[in-house]
Design a protein around this ligand. Sequence first.
Ligand SMILES: [Zn+2]
Ligand SMILES: [Zn+2]
Length: 361
Amino acid sequence: MGPLALRPPGTPERNVRAMVFESPGSGLRLDAHRDEPTPGPTELLVHVRACAVCRTDLHILDGDLPAPRFPRILGHQVVGVVAAMGNEARGFRIGDRVGIPWLGWACGVCPWCRSGRENLCDRAEFTGYGRDGGLAEQIVADAAFVFPIPSEFGDAEAAPLLCAGMIGFRALRLAGSGPRLGFYGFGAAAHLAIQVARHRRQDVFVFTRPGDLEGQRRATALGARWAGGSDELPPEPLDAAVVFAPVGDLIPVALRATDKGGTVVCAGIHMSDIPAFPYRILWEERTVRSVANLTRVDGREFLDVAKVAEIRAGTTRFALEDANEAVAAVRSGRLDGSAVVVPSLPPSTHEGRGAARTGPP
Ligand SMILES: [Zn+2]
Ligand SMILES: [Zn+2]
């Protein structure tokens, strides 16, 4: 700790650890000597307790999306504790536990914001992309875009609710209330969405990669009425399908499984190209649409449902230094739930906790 005593007065401490993204394809690098971030007037300084990794992080790392400004700290499913506040920040106190989602800021005055669609704001800023995110010990976030975290959820369990949960919830809303829902892909978002759908008494049909019997077993354990490969048709037509996997080939597949008047919702920020398909599988008023980002209303309503429905996120925890392993685990598609980075864990710790309620509570 000697060097701290030699700091000239007024210079910030440079001892904050973060995993930093510096160029596409190169993964994340540990920087153990970052300046403590300073909250602006409307912002909170938050000490990070958990940050879940999302497929969107993979798309940013791989250069599938336009590059952010470098260096950038990724991570937009952040749970932490308020450590300092700007003098115009409202709604929280020092010591409160908060969640920081993907929508980090919206302007409030553009036509999208004024029509209840701040998820489409012309000037939106996204956490862990346009703003620094939570794969770090500290983060600043605008207080107006932060959620209180219900005490029912532990830090690591709450983190995946902030994107996988909230954007999955928005996808469910766009899929409508028909009783037969299909999910293509069964990663972190689908793990949470199936619990919401079951709470609403919708039947869920889950499609995994052909031959992924482990994924199908996990889906059944979480209440899927049927689980099979994406090369199979469901036992009855679907009222709607949500495509969680970033695979454009699945759009005509999902359309073929969907009944007249049904909707196919693309839940990801990036997808491989959708192949040409015959008009007759879209005919009869089927709809294909995407879901983009979230609004604060989605976030608040989802947290309320998550509490009532006792949503449980399966988590595998990683130390901050092991964030690249967490990213690789998400890429593998074989996790039981979400990969969550916990800065307080010592390096090379991996702890898994499944979402399925297989035993006594
Ligand atoms: Zn996300
Ligand atoms: Zn706006």
